[in-house]
Design a protein around this ligand. Structure first.
Ligand code: ACO
Length: 351
């Protein structure tokens, strides 16, 4: 049986830096509040009209493909994780295929919708395909264009200050070298919390959150089949989050799912060379670090610079850690994520 290993990794963040002070000019917030509660100092925003979720994904992919020493035409499957796709449909995977000039129609492109855990879900899917011998070079991308869909009024401040734009990509390749590459992945979900961190409208949810009035025929006046006056008036066309509930669950589930991966492979927390958690909030990472009794140098955080980039946060962080020499051959790397759904997951990698 094949193992899957990371052949190449890359990331892309837009040039435009948006500081906490920049946000404070639009809403009632402050640099101090944002840094104290989230650790975030600044984030990047993509350039509207020029950049897109798939174009950022393509920028990250080109670096990953080059580092893997292959051509885009060698990719035999694409997995694209995002909650901010270019279009409602089709998914961003096919757009990425086009953007990379992959004309081979033998390949498949899969979009996955698992928010902050999207990249770990994608890694797990890719790993299964490689293990069974179905694919040899899978391009796995996480990309987000959050800045397009945030509420920049004071009403949306609990969410808007957290998120940023960017993309990360991996090329996952088949290897026969035992005990290296992806050692294990673990995925979980609990749909009972679906609306606690969600972007609900517009959506085909008929009768929930302002959709009641479109039961007979939608009113085209509001710009599309699913948008109603109530949704616009009540700000339902923006993401919502029960921050404290998310926090409480995240700090429980991160350690649980990390321990699950360690137990499965016979390792202890002390064996981890680097934990790369989803960059949800610096306070969540610090909490997890304390529970896991890990020293600071074994937990990588870059949310201070990029904010929470959801599906892109793990590959951006992993790539930056690798570029700065913190990930070396033979290291045991742990990835873990928690987010909307709720969904959560982990992966252990022998680099
Ligand atoms: N600036 C200033 N004040 C704010 C802001 C802001 N940006 N946002 C909220 N407030 C105010 C609230 O209005 C509230 O005011 P009030 O007391 O007058 O009503 C006060 O601050 C406290 O609000 P809470 O929502 O209770 O703030 P909390 O201390 O919980 O911090 C936060 C909010 C940072 C979102 C926190 O709940 C948290 O970290 N939650 C985890 C969620 C998270 O990190 N999500 C990331 C995305 S999900 C993921 O990736 C897993």
């Amino acid at each position: 049986m094949f193992q899957s290993r990371i052949g190449g990794i890359g990331f892309y963040v837009p040039e435009r830096v948006v500081t906490n002070e920049d946000l404070a000019r639009h809403m009632d917030t402050s640099d101090q509040w944002i840094q104290e509660r989230t650790g975030i100092k600044e984030r990047r925003y993509a350039e509207g009209g020029k950049e897109s979720t798939s174009s950022m994904g393509a920028n990250a992919s080109k670096i990953a493909i080059e580092r893997a020493g292959i051509e885009a035409s060698d990719i035999d499957f694409i997995i694209f994780a995002t909650l901010s796709p270019d279009y409602y449909f089709p998914g961003s995977g096919v757009l990425l295929q086009r953007e990379l000039g992959i004309t081979n129609t033998e390949i498949g492109a899969l979009d996955i919708r698992n928010q902050c855990t999207g990249f770990v879900y994608g890694l797990s899917i890719a790993d299964q395909y490689i293990k069974t011998g179905m694919y040899k070079n899978i391009l796995l991308v996480g990309a987000e264009f959050h800045s397009m869909g945030l509420d920049y009024s004071t009403r949306g401040r609990n969410i808007s200050v957290i998120f940023g734009d960017g993309a990360g990509a991996l090329v996952l390749q088949a290897t026969e070298e035992e005990g290296s590459g992806i050692l294990t992945t673990h995925l979980h979900s609990n749909g009972n919390f679906a609306e606690e961190l969600a972007f609900i409208s517009p959506g085909a949810h008929g009768g929930y959150h302002g959709n009641e009035e479109m039961y007979e025929f939608p009113d085209v006046e509001f710009g599309g089949m699913f948008i109603t006056e109530t949704m616009l008036k009540e700000g339902l066309t923006f993401p919502n989050m029960n921050g404290q509930l998310v926090f409480k669950n995240a700090v429980r589930k991160f350690p649980e799912v990390i321990m699950e991966a360690l137990k499965k492979t016979g390792y202890d927390p002390t064996d981890i060379d680097l934990l790369v958690p989803h960059q949800a909030n610096l306070r969540i990472s610090e909490f997890v670090q304390r529970i896991m009794k890990l020293p600071s140098e074994k937990v990588f955080n870059n949310i201070q610079k990029y904010g929470n980039t959801t599906a892109a946060s793990i590959p951006i962080a992993l790539c930056e850690a690798w570029e700065s020499g913190l990930v070396k051959k033979g290291d045991l790397i742990c990835l873990a994520a928690f987010g909307s759904g709720f969904t959560w997951g982990s992966a252990l990698i022998r680099w």
